[in-house]
Each structure stands twice: as structure tokens, then as C-alpha cells.
Design a protein around this ligand. Structure first.
Ligand SMILES: Cc1cc2nc3c(=O)[nH]c(=O)nc-3n(C[C@H](O)[C@H](O)[C@H](O)COP(=O)(O)OP(=O)(O)OC[C@H]3O[C@@H](n4cnc5c(N)ncnc54)[C@H](O)[C@@H]3O)c2cc1C
Length: 407
């Protein structure tokens, strides 16, 4: 598996370097206007970059120390759907501020009675002249409290079969009738919310795609995943890894407890398997092969693995796990010498603050829920990879098929 990137001769590399010479301190707008925020999108919003060119551009940005603007749901999910199905006027209005991170987006999909079975959603949009009037309730809406705009699914034909009566809208979050209520999660952070659209009037131009054709677009949104060489962190690619934890133990002089040693080897082996699956996916993309079942298999394995890494870090932290800023380094340092005659333990930073483990332990409960629960992922693998019979409710679980983490 050769993942070496082409050096100087690749045209994407030379054209980025010439552009950077003309824009030595590029701002978010400059990057967006030049197509470097989402180079895999079609021009003029992106550069029609193939997977190799995308990776070359990522490499150049990293070398130049240039960070892309952040707008996870906008760039990751809303934007690609607008590129796919938006009108020219919608693309002109929304895409540049979205790419530049000037307008943050959120995803108004999940409802109290519609998560895995998203097509069961009951928020209603009723046509009234040139407007749609929306009533209902959304939940778990990440970033709704900071978002300027949201992609909204609402039922427009209650008499049609459930997948056929849904439409896809753009909802300004400051529209009269939108109420956002915070949900503080167990990490103590406020990232998601309940959202209550109550008589919100959306102009007819805010419909994306066909009336009642929203389900097909929801699948575009949920299935969109760009080729990425993003981190190997245990928390949806972020945060510390099993290897970081092992590093910490190694630098602290090792671990004498036999059950902890077994657990460490287990998470290390899982981490290696996940790294190889990821390389296989990237390698397939680089050689132009369609992605296989690796994405679902990887998510099913990675989510449980992330929880195990954080649970093990907590065991190593011992009583220090009770502190928001205590972690395995403190637990290891306070423990007995690692092995008879072995070197004494010393606290050694592993690149992550201790709070990353405490925070990670609490956040890791979300891994097996967001972006398609573990059970739903296993249903997908059972049906699509193993060829087993369909789930009893054939609609349930399809909605989140292949979806990346919602936020
Ligand atoms: C961190 C985080 C951020 C999120 N951000 C967003 C966001 O920005 N926007 C948004 O719209 N949503 C968001 N979500 C919501 C997320 O998409 C849903 O939580 C997820 O789809 C699961 O839906 P649910 O919570 O309604 O659980 P349910 O679907 O009610 O599931 C409950 C339980 O039943 C099981 N189950 C359900 N169906 C089946 C089946 N067919 N077979 C076997 N078991 C089944 C599930 O696995 C689960 O254990 C977020 C969630 C998290 C954790």
C-alpha cells in the first residue's frame, strides 16, 4: 500500500505555491474564493480536485501553516447538498460565506420521535402562497445556538408514504418563530440544542430540490464524506489515541498489573487494525476504486474502540479520574513502581493535557449514538456486507446508512 504523495511535479502543488506567493497571509475568504476550502467540489466553489490533488493541497496547507475555516456542518454536509441540488441563486447566495466560515450552519434533522428512523419525522411545512409555514420540534441540533442557517427536513405531504412526503429547506436561524433551547451534555459543554420552529415562515425560494423530494437529498447530506487523511484520534478522529495512552504508560516505566497489560495490548491492537482499515480506504480512493464496506465496518469498530481507550485511561488514572484535570499520567505517577526492580514512574506529558482524557471519557458515550448508532451500523453490515435478511422494520436504520457523525 503506497501512499507516498507526488513531490514537486504535481500541478496542484505548483499552482498552490504560486497562489500562496500572491497571497502570503490568506484569510478565510481568500481560501474560499480560490477553491482551497473544499477542493473536491466542482468549480467555481472548488477545484474539481481528484483524491491525489486533494491530498497534495492538504499537504501544502499543512506545510504553509494555513488553517481552513471551520464550519463542520456547513462544509461537510449542507454545502455538498446545495452543490448537488441547489438552484444557481442558492449557490450564489450561500456557498461562499459557508466556505469562508462566515455563516455557520446546523442540521435540523433529528426529532424526539425520529433519530435512527429519520423518515418518521413529523415537523410540518405547509405551503401558504409564496411561503412555507413550519411547525414542529427538532432535537440534538449541534451548533444551533451559533448558526446563522440550518438545513431543515419537514413533512410536506402527510398522506404520502413516509419517505415520499418530506421536503428539504434552508432555515435562517434568526427567523421569527425559531426558539433555540440549550442542552448541556454530561461533559458540561453546550454544543447541542432543542429547536422549536413555531409558525416559521420560509420563502418558497428556501426549498432545496423538488417539493416532497427531500428524502433523496437527506441521503446526499448523510452520505457525504470527503477523502480525508484526518487524525486517528479515538473520538471520531479527534483527541488522543490508544498509541498515546500506551506511550504514557511506557514513559512512566511500564505497567505491572496483568489485567491492565492485557487491556493495553487489546486497545493497541484495535488501534492498529483501525489505522490499516483507514489506509485501505484512502488507498482505494487514491487509485480510483469505489469505497467498499470499510466505512461502516470502521465506524462500528472505531466507536466501541474509542470508548474502551477512554475507559482504560480512566482505570489508569485511578482516583485522579474524579478530577476534571486529572488523568492517567497523574494516576501512573502516584502508583507503585511499575515492576519489581523496574524504573520508577515519572509523570510525562503525552502531548495531551490530562483534561483531554477526563473530557474524552465523558464524550465517548456519544460515539455509539451520533451519526448512526452501533446497532444501526451493525444492521447495515449485516444486510449490505454479509447479505443477511433485512431488519424487521425495513425502514428503520436506513436513514443513517453510511452517515458520518452528525456533529
Ligand atoms: C454528539 C451528537 C451530535 C448530534 N448532532 C446532531 C445534529 O446536529 N443534528 C441532528 O439532526 N441530529 C444530531 N444528533 C442526533 C443523532 O443523529 C441521533 O441521536 C441518532 O441518529 C440516534 O437517534 P435517537 O437518538 O433518536 O435514538 P433512537 O433512534 O431512538 O435509538 C434508540 C436505541 O434504539 C436502537 N435502535 C433504533 N433502531 C434500531 C434498529 N432498527 N435495530 C436495532 N436497534 C435500533 C438504537 O441503536 C438505540 O440504541 C447528534 C447526536 C449526537 C450523539
Amino acid at each position: 500500500m503506497d501512499l507516498a504523495l507526488p513531490e514537486d511535479e504535481h500541478p496542484a502543488r505548483s499552482s498552490f505555491r504560486s497562489w500562496l506567493a500572491e497571497h502570503p497571509h490568506p484569510g478565510p475568504r481568500d481560501l474560499a474564493a480560490a477553491g482551497y476550502v473544499a477542493p473536491h467540489w466542482p468549480a467555481p466553489w472548488g477545484l474539481d480536485a481528484d483524491p491525489v490533488a486533494q491530498l497534495v493541497i492538504d499537504d501544502e496547507l499543512r506545510r504553509a501553516g494555513v488553517r481552513r475555516p471551520s464550519n463542520q456542518i456547513g462544509i461537510g454536509w449542507a454545502g455538498p447538498t446545495l452543490v448537488h441540488a441547489g438552484t444557481e441563486a442558492q449557490k450564489e447566495r450561500y456557498l461562499l460565506p459557508l466556505l469562508a466560515g462566515e455563516e455557520i450552519w446546523c442540521q435540523l434533522f433529528s426529532e424526539p420521535g425520529a433519530g435512527s428512523d429519520l423518515a418518521a419525522l413529523s415537523t410540518r411545512a405547509v405551503r401558504d402562497g409564496d411561503e412555507w409555514v413550519v411547525h414542529g420540534q427538532k432535537v440534538w441540533t449541534s451548533y444551533a445556538h451559533v448558526a446563522a442557517l440550518g438545513i431543515l427536513l419537514a413533512r410536506t405531504d402527510p398522506d404520502a408514504p413516509k419517505h415520499r412526503g418530506i421536503s428539504y429547506f434552508i432555515c435562517p436561524m434568526d427567523a421569527p418563530g425559531v426558539t433555540v433551547r440549550p442542552i448541556v451534555d454530561m461533559t458540561g459543554e453546550h454544543t447541542f440544542n432543542e429547536v422549536f420552529p413555531d409558525g416559521v415562515r420560509l420563502p418558497a425560494d428556501n426549498l432545496v430540490g423538488e417539493e416532497h423530494g427531500g428524502w433523496a437529498l437527506a441521503k446526499v447530506t448523510l452520505g457525504n464524506e470527503r477523502v480525508s487523511l484526518s487524525g486517528e484520534g479515538a473520538l471520531w478522529g479527534q483527541g488522543p489515541t490508544a498509541a498515546d495512552l500506551l506511550d504514557l504508560v511506557r514513559r512512566a516505566g511500564g505497567e505491572a498489573d496483568a489485567t491492565l497489560r492485557q487491556a493495553l495490548v487489546r486497545v493497541w491492537a484495535e488501534g492498529e487494525i483501525l489505522r490499516l482499515i483507514r489506509l485501505r480506504t484512502v488507498s482505494a480512493a487514491l487509485s480510483g476504486r469505489a469505497p467498499g464496506p470499510e466505512a461502516s465496518v470502521r465506524k462500528a469498530l472505531a466507536d466501541d474502540h474509542g470508548q474502551r481507550v477512554m475507559e482504560l485511561a480512566t482505570r489508569l488514572a485511578g482516583p485522579y479520574a474524579l478530577l476534571a484535570d486529572g488523568g492517567p499520567a497523574e494516576g501512573l505517577a502516584a502508583g507503585a513502581p511499575a515492576a519489581a526492580g523496574g524504573p520508577p514512574r515519572t509523570p510525562t506529558p503525552a502531548g495531551w493535557p490530562s483534561s483531554a482524557w477526563a473530557q474524552g471519557y465523558l464524550f465517548s458515550r456519544a460515539l455509539t449514538i451520533g451519526g448512526g448508532t452501533s446497532e444501526v451500523q451493525r444492521n447495515i453490515i449485516a444486510e449490505r456486507v454479509l447479505g443477511l435478511p433485512h431488519d424487521v422494520d425495513v425502514d428503520a436504520g436506513r436513514s443513517r446508512a453510511g452517515a458520518p457523525p452528525a456533529a
